[in-house]
Structure formats: C-alpha cells, structure tokens
Design a protein around this ligand. Structure first.
Ligand SMILES: [Zn+2]
Length: 389
C-alpha cells in the first residue's frame, strides 16, 4: 500500500491553540500514522502532496443533520408520500453533497424507519463513498409531538422505554428524544414540554444500559431543565436556556449543539409554511442571546446545522460557523467546535484531530482560516478515510 505524505504544511490539528508550522502528515490506509517535523526519507515510496504555505485541518463534523430532507422550504412535504427506497436515495445524494463540502462526518438526528440506519451501514462499511454517519434512526417522540412523522410515538415511561430499546436494537448509535415542541411542526410551541421527566429518564436509563448517548431536541427552558435533571448528553438548539441552565450544562459537561442558521433560514422565504415562519421570527433573537451567554460561561459547544431542514442545505455549515464567531467564539474555538469537540460530542474518539492513529479525514486549504473563516468555504483538497474525495 502506498503511503500518502502531506508535506510541509501548517497544521491546525483540532487540539492545539496554535498553528504548527511546517509539519508532515503520513497516511497509511485510512489512518494517520505519523505527524512529524522531519520529512520522511525515500520520498518515492509516498504519494506526495506538497502543502507548503497551505493549511491542513481535520475533516469537519456536523453534529446535527437530517439526511432525508432536501433543505427546501418544506422538506417533509417532499418525502411524505415517497417510498423508503426513494427516501434512501435522496439521503445518499444529500450525504455526498455534504462530503464534497469537506464535512467528512455527520450525526443524523432523525430519519424515518430504517432509511438512514441502512445508508449508514453501507457507507460506514465502505460499500459506498460518503461521510461517516452516526445516527439515531427514528426519534422517540410523544404522540403527535415534534416531527412525529420521523419517529416512534411513545407515551408514558414504559412506551418510551420500549421504543428506546427498539431503536437501539435496530442499530441506532444514539437515542434522539423530543423534550419540547419546536418550530417545524404545526400546532406546537417551542416552549412547551413534550416527553416529560419520567419519560426522558426512561430513555436515558435504557441508553446507558447499551452505553449510548442521548440527544434531546430542547427549545423551552422547562424541557431543557428536565433534560439536565436526567443527564441528557447533548442539548439540541437550546433556544431558551437561561444562565442557570447554561451553568448546569457547563458543570455537567453537557454539550450544546445550537443550530443557529436554520432558525434564520426559517424566516427567509415566503414558501416556508406560515405557522413555522411566525414561530421562527420570535426565536432568532433569544436564541442568539443564549449562544452569547453559553460562550461566555464556557459551555461545550459543538457545531451542528440541522441541515436538510427548511431552507438549509448542507452548504450553510459555513454560515453556521460565522454565527458562532459572531456570538463570541474565536476562530480556533470555532474550528475545535467543528472538529475535536464535535468528535467528543458524537462519541467518536477516532475523529476530529490530526494525531497518530486517528482516521485520515483531512482538509487542505490555501489560506489561513484563523484570519478569515470564510476561506473554509472555498476550494479544498478533501481526504476521507485516507482517500481523496
Ligand atoms: Zn433537527
């Protein structure tokens, strides 16, 4: 097997606070096997990519996507009457679109039946090219609750327990629960509680038995507090988290995946259903204020877009990170949130950093993203599992 050498590049390794200048990265198979100042001897034994003056960073991770949705104004309407075979093909197309942007791993937090679970099996087994997929499969949701059409409707702690066991049996990498209402389901409010404390507790207990994490859609403060009480691992959106909640998150090590861009996108088009548009307009400002406070308090923040959701195709990843910067994170913190912190959030210690033994998911770009994060949007060389995309 020919080794690949990324020669003489500036490393942003996902962990250090500083750029490491003039480093060499050696890839063998799908792994990084060496990160060194020394240029290896016998260069003819390597496929060499001269990275002089360029920047090498870990492949980016999106901690919150919906691969089955197409990012149009009302994406659920597009797949409502589609057979699963067709939904899976759509999801595959969206996965490839995501990978080509330099996003080498996604965590999918809600897809109907076995659609994304099956897609994950093929891609993660290298039978199809695509981004690494971590997925929850169908969310556990109260009857008629937030995006119930994607999930398993469950009422009372015994049904939640049953359906949590069921998704784990079906192969979910983690469990997604809906702790509050949200924007993109008609007739509910983001502030209202959905699965209650006992139900969330049952989900968490069952996930723990299988050593899996629980991610909660949680917009309103009461639902967020319920999540924190039972030890939910990642709070998705977190719109109305107050100082007290954010301090508890900081102390418990709970991740926040804020998904800022999608809320703005939900106000961006006259084609968004009226009921969603009104709710979205009300949350944009408190959501941003929440994120600013979370940054100030030092909550662990991981990048996630909710892409696939209304008016939010995968390319908005690069807008998401600019909003995170606006909220007070510095550029290096934003890159960590998108690499090593994200890897931690999705429970994959083989990803998100340029270190010996990690997966060779890497980006090579021409200019310094710490000076301008927008350069991440541009042309880049993408390695996924050691292969050029
Ligand atoms: Zn979502």
């Amino acid at each position: 097997m020919v080794k690949v050498l990324l020669k003489n590049g500036n490393l942003i390794d996902g962990l250090s606070d500083e750029i490491k200048e003039n480093f060499n990265v050696v890839i063998e198979g799908d792994k990084i096997i060496e990160v060194t100042k020394e240029v290896p001897k016998d260069l003819d034994k390597y496929e060499v990519h001269d990275c002089s003056g360029k920047y090498i960073l870990p492949g980016l991770i999106d901690c919150h996507v919906h691969l089955v949705w197409d990012g149009s104004a009302n994406p659920q309407a597009v797949i409502n009457y589609e057979p699963d075979e067709s939904i899976i093909l759509d999801a595959y197309a969206h996965a490839m679109e995501t990978l080509k942007l330099g996003i080498t791993t996604v965590r999918d937090l809600g897809a109907p039946r076995g659609t994304v679970l099956n897609l994950r099996n093929k891609i993660n087994a290298n039978k199809l090219p695509g981004p690494t997929i971590i997925c929850s499969g169908p969310p556990v949701v109260m009857t008629g609750g937030h995006v119930h059409y994607l999930g398993y409707e469950s009422d009372g702690d015994s049904e939640v327990r049953k359906n949590t066991r069921r998704v784990l049996k079906e192969g979910a990498d983690l469990v997604k629960v809906m702790a509050t209402g949200g924007i993109y389901t008609e007739g509910e409010e983001p502030g209202s509680v959905q699965l209650n404390l006992d139900e969330l507790s049952a989900a968490k207990e069952e996930a723990l038995k299988k050593n899996k994490k629980v991610a909660a859609h949680a917009d309103g403060i009461e639902g967020i507090m319920n999540c924190l009480e039972v030890g939910i691992d990642t709070i998705e959106h977190g719109i109305y988290a107050d100082r007290n909640a954010l301090e508890i998150m900081k102390n418990q090590g709970t991740f926040l995946v804020p998904t800022m861009k999608v809320m703005r996108q939900l106000t961006s088009s006259p084609d968004i259903p009226e009921w969603a548009l009104k709710k979205a307009e009300a949350v944009v400002k408190p959501h941003f204020e929440m994120l600013k406070q979370a940054v100030e308090i030092g909550v662990k923040i991981a990048t996630g877009t909710d892409c696939g959701g209304p008016m939010t195709p995968p390319k908005y990843y690069y807008d998401e990170i600019l909003i995170m910067k606006d909220a007070g994170m510095n550029s290096m913190e934003v890159i960590k949130a998108s690499t090593s912190v994200a890897a931690d959030c999705i429970d994959r210690d083989d990803l998100g950093a340029i270190v010996n033994g990690k997966k060779a998911d890497l980006l090579v770009i021409d200019s310094n993203p710490l000076e301008n994060l927008e350069v991440l949007k541009g042309e880049k060389l993408i390695f996924k599992n050691g292969l050029i995309v």
